[in-house]
Each structure stands twice: as structure tokens, then as C-alpha cells.
Design a binder for this molecule. Structure first.
Ligand code: HEM
Length: 220
């Protein structure tokens, strides 16, 4: 690949990644609500959310490889995991590295969810709300196209979409009419810890080991 092709690939994957991350955040919020979206039932929305997050990781890999191979960026392999040490716009590129680190943690914990349990998974998954602003700031601070109208329009559209989705997530209407088992069907998570089994009334044992049978107030 020529330098120009690497440069185009880095910019194209970066912008597509911001769009896919935005879609992932919105789908994650809709999946959490258990509602239908675009004619899809709740469990299908959750499946699309999982797949867009994997697509984001694939795009991230291509984005990172192309910026590292692009000689103009002066980035080493270490800059892709350790933030704020890059030779090119260290602060803004560092924000992208932070977003990438958190995104990878989210994907790894999601793949290991059955092993680590829903509580830890959910705790880590709150960090998803940090990925998007980090990626957004990185996109506007490090890219060649940051000053162009079209990238500002794309970034602005993404920002409005995410802000609206988060406002809905925090509103009362999000929690209203939540179908039972929505998460079980979609994200496969219990809404609240299962109740302990009801305590059985004490039944005295008869000598000889047989259970006492209670009929009304009488024990036989
Ligand atoms: C979720 C994570 C990330 C997202 C959403 C993202 C998104 C973007 C976007 C939208 C651009 C602007 C493209 C343009 O100007 O047309 C960009 C540029 C750039 N990104 Fe990322 N990025 C991420 C992670 C990273 C990481 C981990 C690195 C490397 C450590 C990185 C390095 C760069 C560089 C060097 C540029 C400037 C490319 C250029 O204009 O020549 N990004 N990124």
C-alpha cells in the first residue's frame, strides 16, 4: 500500500468507526430497554448490538494498523496500547488509545461474561459510556479532516444521536413498560438477583424417620 492509500484507509476507518460506535451505543441502550427497534424483537436488537461492537473492534484493528504503517504519523506499536506517548498529536491520539483500551476490555469481558458473572460484567460495561466521548474527542482532535465541514457534520450527528439516547436512558419513560424477561431474552442478564427458595415450615420427624403429615391442625 502506498502512503496515500494508508492515509485514506486510516481516515476512512476512523470515520466509519465513529459511526459504528455511535450505533453500538444506541443499540446497547435499546437492547437494555428490551424494546423492539426497526421491526426487530428485543433479543435480535441485542444480537445486532453484539455484532456492531465486534465490527467496531475489526475496524479499530485496521485503523490502528494503517496509522502505525503510515510513516507520517510516527506511531510505534506501544502507542497503540499506552496513551499520550505518541510522536504525533500525543494528547488527541492518546484519547483514541484510551478509547481503544476500554473498548477491548468491554469486548473481552463480554466474551467471558458467563465465567465472570453478570455483576462484574455489568460493572465493567458502564465504562462503555466513556468510550464514546473519548473516541469523539480523538476524532475531532487528531484527524486530517477535523476542520472540514463534512467531518464536523458527521461528528455533530453522532453527538446528537448519543446525547438523545443517553437522555432517554436516564428518563422515566425508559423504565416504563419494561417487558419481563427482556434482558434474559436479549442480553441474558437477570434484572435482579434470584430470590432464595421460600423457607418450608418445620415438620417434626417421627421416630423411625418417617415425615409427619399435617392435615389441618392435626398431625398424624
Ligand atoms: C475507538 C477508537 C478510535 C476511534 C473511534 C477513532 C476515530 C478516528 C477518526 C474519526 C479520525 C479522523 C479521520 C479523519 O480525519 O478523516 C481518526 C484519526 C486518527 N486516529 Fe483514530 N480512532 C480510534 C482509535 C485510535 C487509536 C488507538 C490510534 C492509535 C494509537 C489512533 C490514531 C489515529 C491517528 C494517528 C489519526 C490521524 C489520521 C490522519 O488524519 O492522518 N486512533 N481516528
Amino acid at each position: 500500500m502506498s502512503h496515500a492509500e494508508l492515509w485514506y484507509a486510516a481516515r476512512a476507518t476512523g470515520t466509519t468507526l465513529l459511526l459504528v460506535l455511535t450505533l453500538t451505543v444506541v443499540l446497547g441502550i435499546v437492547a437494555r430497554s428490551g424494546r423492539r427497534a426497526g421491526g426487530l424483537p428485543g433479543f435480535a436488537v441485542a444480537a445486532v448490538h453484539r455484532n456492531t461492537s465486534l465490527l467496531a473492534v475489526a475496524l479499530l484493528v485496521v485503523h490502528v494498523v494503517t496509522v502505525v504503517l503510515d510513516p507520517f504519523s510516527h506511531l510505534g506499536a506501544l502507542d497503540t496500547v499506552l496513551p499520550f506517548g505518541a510522536g504525533y498529536r500525543p494528547f488527541w491520539v492518546g484519547l483514541g488509545t484510551c478509547a481503544a483500551d476500554v473498548l477491548l476490555a468491554l469486548v473481552v469481558t463480554s466474551l467471558l461474561r458467563r465465567r465472570i458473572g453478570a455483576r462484574i460484567w455489568r460493572g465493567v460495561h458502564w465504562a462503555a459510556y466513556a468510550v464514546w466521548p473519548l473516541a469523539f474527542a480523538h476524532s475531532l482532535g487528531s484527524g486530517t479532516d477535523a476542520g472540514t465541514g463534512w467531518l464536523r457534520a458527521v461528528a455533530g450527528g453522532c453527538a446528537v444521536t448519543v446525547v438523545l439516547a443517553v437522555c432517554w436512558r436516564c428518563s422515566d419513560s425508559f423504565h416504563r413498560r419494561r417487558p419481563s424477561g427482556s434482558l434474559a431474552a436479549g442480553l441474558h442478564l437477570p434484572d435482579r438477583p434470584p430470590r432464595p427458595p421460600a423457607a418450608r415450615p418445620h415438620q417434626p420427624r417421627r421416630p423411625g424417620g418417617a415425615e409427619a403429615h399435617t392435615v389441618g391442625r392435626w398431625t398424624r
